[in-house]
Design a protein around this ligand. Structure first.
Ligand code: SF4
Length: 250
């Protein structure tokens, strides 16, 4: 049982529940990428990052082998994080546009970044069993932040599918049929419990190189979703950029 986000983060970082992922994260940490051979890899589960009274969640997929698994912080030290934190900074959710290591001074304003799977998986693909085994950590994170959280941005279809049952466990009603993922998808979830508030759920293409290098996802598109979601959550941020193609928010 975790009663605070600090307790949760410590417990997540000490989890060994998935044998395949434990072996992989430690293998990567031993072998390293040549460019980082002088660094000591984290090689453990990567907890969420951000304040414990966040109004907005950003939910990804899982840490990258040489990103979060190396640095010990979500989206830190990889190209995906470069895009995400630059966009957060542009709209006023981060104090700086870069995230290179855990002591780089990055501070997030009103937003917490997390993922449904906390260990780096081979080929960035956790199994359904691993996803389900990790689910309780994210449900606890939502439970602890329920007094303040009002919106979620989900990066990619995997995170969307993984998050819906978590939100059902954590006290929100998931409509039937289930809302579909898409860039710009938006649905407001009604609370199932008296101590929950309505929750805005937004979809955004994942900030992976596969999307950003091909132009499928531009920085302005990320900023637009983040700004819209942050405003829905009651955060005082910059308005969405006007040069981004408008997603089909509904
Ligand atoms: S993926 Fe989640 S449940 Fe599995 S070992 Fe990592 S932290 Fe634990």
């Amino acid at each position: 049982m975790c009663h605070t986000i600090a307790e949760l983060d410590a417990a997540v970082a000490d989890c060994f529940a998935c044998p395949r992922l434990v072996a992989w994260r430690e293998h990567v940490a031993r072998e390293k990428r040549a460019a980082f051979r002088d660094e000591t890899y984290w090689g453990r589960p990567v907890p969420g990052y951000g304040p414990d009274d966040a109004r907005l969640f950003v939910v990804g997929l899982a840490p990258a082998a040489h990103g979060g698994n190396r640095t010990g912080r979500m989206f830190t030290g990889d190209r995906s994080g470069d895009v995400l934190y630059a966009a957060m900074h542009a709209v006023g959710l981060a104090n700086q546009p870069t995230a290179t290591h855990r002591d780089d001074g990055l501070r997030l304003h009103g937003v917490r970044v997390t993922s449904p799977v906390h260990c780096a998986p081979p080929d960035n693909k956790p199994t359904p069993d691993e996803r389900d085994r990790c689910r309780h950590w994210l449900a606890t994170e939502f439970d602890l932040l329920a007094p303040t959280v009002r919106a979620v941005v989900v990066l990619g279809g995997f995170g969307w599918q993984a998050l819906l049952p978590v939100l059902a466990d954590a006290g929100w009603i998931i409509p039937r049929p289930r809302p579909k993922f898409g860039h710009g998808a938006h649905v407001q979830l009604a609370p199932a419990d008296a101590d929950r508030a309505p929750l805005h759920l937004f979809g955004c293409y994942h900030v992976s190189q596969q999307n950003t290098f091909t132009g499928r996802l531009t920085p302005a598109m990320v900023e637009q979703v983040l700004s819209t979601a942050a405003r829905a959550a009651g955060l005082d941020v910059a308005p969405p950029p006007f040069d981004a193609p408008a997603p089909p928010f509904n």
